[in-house]
Ligand binder design. Structure first.
Ligand SMILES: N[C@](CCCC[B-](O)(O)O)(CCN1CCC(O)CC1)C(=O)O
Ligand SMILES: [Mn+2]
Ligand SMILES: [Mn+2]
Ligand SMILES: [Mn+2]
Length: 301
């Protein structure tokens, strides 16, 4: 089995400096060797460079910031991820901000049209151009993938290839008013931290899989935003929210999804190695690498 590390040093979907260095720190922490030690054949052809894309002038479109940059980069990522998937490889995309998931999931759905998406996050990332308050596109990728909101010409390449019933969230606890409306209107299944507390992570993952993958027959794209974890576990991230997943809950999700044998793509997003002291940065990078290993088969026994 081949894992393709897709390093995406990209921060255009949000305003905080540093999240583009997330992939660099994870590779420097040894994720390639760690996956090789697990038995994976690992492809890493260097981090994807987006400088040439940075050059374009890119005034906001409505509230959306860096729209042309985000569109161009995520389109490139879609081609890269889709290409690896079509070669039967497992793309492991290291972010970089979560707007990248517009590209990774587009790529996965191109190769695996019947894939389902399990989105681990404190946030729903489902704002449309009409509902966003920040204009930061890392809060919007899911709306593009579902084809919600008014079409934006600069994003016309994004096909609404994701069906609402093929999407499930775990870890939600900071949802904007507009997003709450969108989740309800589209009957999107979401297990917030309340459900995690109430049922326990084991039952929540089982219910999430029962919802999007009842026969355990569809490929799974796991999109993991490290801010789903409690800030005490992953402090160095752009939009931390208290009351998150424990270290073990985060790892259980990855272990349980690996156990299905259905994982076809993984995103590990929003590690920003410039937002905390050295020890906290190291902790966050280390947790990110550990989650990737667990999603790719590392077990405790
Ligand atoms: N929903 C937020 C946060 C998105 C986070 C994206 B990520 O990939 O990290 O999941 C806005 C959050 N909002 C900002 C102002 C606060 O007062 C309330 C929360 C947005 O900017 O759309
Ligand atoms: Mn590549
Ligand atoms: Mn996110
Ligand atoms: Mn988030």
């Amino acid at each position: 089995m081949t894992a393709a590390i897709v390093g995406c040093p990209f921060s255009g979907g949000q305003p905080r400096v540093g999240v583009d260095q997330g992939p660099v720190h994870m590779v420097e922490a040894g994720i390639v060797d760690q996956l090789t030690a697990l038995g994976w054949k690992v492809k890493f052809d260097g981090h994807h460079q987006f400088e040439e894309v940075n050059a374009i002038t890119d005034p906001p479109i409505g509230k959306l910031k860096n729209p042309r940059l985000v569109s161009a980069v995520t389109k490139a990522v879609a081609n890269v991820v889709g290409g690896h998937a079509k070669m039967g490889e497992l793309p492991v995309t290291l972010g970089g901000d979560h707007s990248l998931a517009m590209g990774t999931i587009s790529g996965t759905l191109d190769a695996h049209p019947d894939a389902c998406v399990i989105w681990i996050d404190a946030h729903a990332d489902i704002n449309t151009a009409e509902t966003t308050d920040s204009g930061n596109i890392h809060g919007m990728p899911v709306s593009f993938l579902l084809g919600l909101g008014s079409p934006i010409p600069e994003f016309s390449w994004v096909k609404p290839a994701l069906k609402a019933e093929r999407l499930v969230y775990i870890g939600l606890r900071d949802i904007d008013a507009g997003e709450k409306r969108i989740l309800k209107e589209n009957n999107i299944k979401a297990f917030s931290m309340h459900e995690v507390d109430r049922y326990g992570i084991g039952k929540v993952v089982e219910m999430a899989l029962d919802h999007v993958n009842p026969k355990r027959a569809s490929p799974i794209h796991l999109s993991f935003d490290v801010d789903a974890l409690d800030p005490s576990v992953a402090p160095s991230t752009g939009t931390p929210v208290r009351g998150g997943l424990t270290f073990r809950e985060g790892h259980y999700i990855c272990e349980a999804i690996w156990e299905t044998g259905l994982l076809v793509a993984l995103d590990l997003m929003e590690v920003n190695p410039s937002l905390a002291d050295a020890a906290s940065v190291k902790q966050t990078v280390t947790v990110g690498c550990s989650l990737v290993r667990s999603a790719l088969g590392e077990t405790l026994l």
